[in-house]
Design a protein around this ligand. Structure first.
Ligand code: HEC
Length: 127
């Protein structure tokens, strides 16, 4: 009985060490993709396309989850406040400003509309 307890204790100890090492390995935010649309938007093809474009073209400066990096964060309603009309955001992304590149020569108008919709309805609602 005493020996069984000892082995059990050692096993739990190893599990705890593995758990701690896992925690030190970096958060899930370091994964390679941006959040999927959820709920009623889960199968919206424009939003899914926008997500792919965002991950490839925008996440390097705005963060995979829109949390910001070199460029500003798209959270807490910022985009809805700065661009009450979504078409103004489409124009902004097409033309760029300062460090923010102009995407009119890189993405089609439809692609820019998709990524704008994704930013507004998936990222900007996250806290
Ligand atoms: C090279 C870095 C970089 C990349 C790549 C980039 N952005 Fe930006 N973005 C910025 C910076 C910097 C600003 C702030 C510009 C300013 O205010 O003068 C900005 C601002 C914005 C804004 C305005 C935010 C606000 O509320 O004022 C939007 C919208 C935006 N970016 C969308 C996008 C989209 C969509 C993409 C991908 C298609 C993208 N950005 C790619 C750097 C980047």
């Amino acid at each position: 009985m005493g020996r069984g307890r000892f082995l059990g204790g050692a096993f739990v100890g190893v599990l705890m060490m593995v758990g701690l090492a896992g925690c030190g390995g970096g958060g899930s935010s370091r994964g390679g993709t941006s959040p999927l649309p959820t709920g009623a938007n889960a199968h919206n093809s424009a939003l899914l396309a926008g997500r792919t474009i965002f991950t490839a073209q925008c996440a390097s400066c705005h963060g995979l989850g829109g949390q910001g990096n070199l460029g500003p964060a798209f959270t807490g309603g910022r985009l809805l406040r700065d661009f009450p009309n979504p078409q103004d955001q489409v124009t902004f992304v097409s033309q760029g400003r300062g460090v923010m590149p102009a995407f009119s020569g890189i993405l089609s108008h439809a692609q820019i509309e998709s990524v704008v919709a994704y930013e507004r309805s998936v990222l900007d609602v996250l806290k």
